[in-house]
Design a protein around this ligand. Structure first.
Ligand code: MG
Length: 362
């Protein structure tokens, strides 16, 4: 078997309304890069990544210029070999994002193709543990008023979620505290609450914030400080106030290894689109398992559901605000706090390319 064709297309999808996080600022759209890998039997795997607006074309050009010449005519079943060759070819300008995003799009397509050829869903192909996966709703943003915040949480509960995440990082901590208190009072005791500071604080600010927020019994506090301040994570975790989640802004295995090594995290949150695809995500998940840590996910929930469904140490699947639900044939549903990985071959996601084509940018 060999790869006979690779196609890469980029789309810019507007968000229904602007959302805000401390690190990224206000986001009005996201970019979607889709990579199709076809074999000489005309079977096709589809991979994709989502990224902040106006960054998709740069990622697509890495695939077109650097990766297509490497993988064309090669055996698509040898995913580890192709992954290694893409990583090696771009090591000088790479070893992380945006190269990791570019490798991820190809890697997902290769796994999808393998699943389709073997007629197995990814969640079983990757190990097979439990197709039922615990889910939580994000999308409770920093720029939303308190009323909108509560309304968003209510809508998520109506959709079947039993866990909600809200963003922190207002200019004054007192405003964050008021928002958490209002949200906690709005939710029944059996509804779980997480918070995400999106790198808002210096370490001294984070120490104060952890002390003040402890009483709200959060499941976790996510990215309180910059993602690569591993010593800072280690110190905050040693305080023992609130479990810490992190991982969406780590771009290679070595970074995950360092964060775990310094005891800096309670909930690992790799994102296959930011760390180089399914292949390294599964290694992070195993690393977490070896260290008795749960693995969660960030972004692209319709892909990550397979990965978490394959892991014995799976915890929460994030339902992300950058949704492609309206462009695919079978968006995930949530019931009593859980969603399910599909049993279709590969990832089982079919894009409506007619519908998405009006957002084509290159
Ligand atoms: Mg986050």
């Amino acid at each position: 078997m060999e790869i006979s064709k690779v196609e890469v297309d980029t789309y810019q999808i507007p968000l229904p309304e602007p959302v805000e996080a401390f690190a990224a600022g206000v986001m009005k759209a996201f970019d979607l890069v889709i990579c199709k890998v076809t074999n000489d039997n005309n079977e096709q795997g589809v991979g994709y990544i989502t990224v902040h607006e106006n960054q998709g074309l740069a990622i697509a050009s890495i695939i077109k210029n650097s990766f297509i010449p490497i993988i064309l005519k090669k055996d698509p079943r040898l995913i580890e070999l192709l992954w290694k060759n893409m990583w090696k070819a771009t090591h000088y300008a790479g070893r992380g994002a945006p190269v990791s995003f570019a490798i991820a799009a190809v890697d997902v397509a290769l796994w999808d193709l393998k699943g389709k050829c073997l007629k197995e869903p990814l969640w079983r192909l990757l190990g097979g543990h439990d197709k039922k996966v615990l889910a939580y709703a994000g999308n409770i943003d920093l720029n939303f008023s308190t009323e909108k915040l509560l309304d968003g949480a209510t809508k998520s509960l109506e959709k079947g979620f039993r866990s909600i995440k809200m963003r922190l990082g207002k200019e004054f901590l007192i405003d964050d505290l008021k928002r958490i208190e209002v949200m906690r009072n709005h939710l029944a005791d059996n509804i779980m609450l997480m918070a995400d500071a999106n790198e808002a604080w210096r370490i001294d600010q984070a120490v104060i914030a952890f002390k003040e927020i402890e009483k709200f019994n959060l499941v976790w506090l996510e990215e309180p400080i910059k993602p690569d301040d591993f010593k800072g994570y280690s110190y905050l975790r040693s305080l023992g106030k609130i479990p810490i989640a992190a991982g969406e802004n780590l771009h290679n295995l070595a970074e995950f290894n360092q964060l775990i090594d310094v005891n800096g995290v309670d909930f690992l949150e790799p994102d296959l689109t930011t760390c180089g695809g399914i292949t390294p995500f599964m290694k992070v998940a195993k690393l977490a398992e070896i260290n008795n840590l749960p693995v969660c996910s960030h972004g692209v929930h319709e892909l990550h559901v397979h990965l978490l469904a394959s892991c014995p140490n799976a915890s929460y699947l994030e339902f992300h605000a950058w949704r492609i639900d309206e462009f695919i044939d079978s968006p995930l549903k949530v019931l009593n706090g859980y969603t399910e990985a599909p049993d279709l071959p590969g990832h089982g996601i079919n894009f409506d390319f007619e519908k998405v084509k009006k957002y084509f940018v290159g």
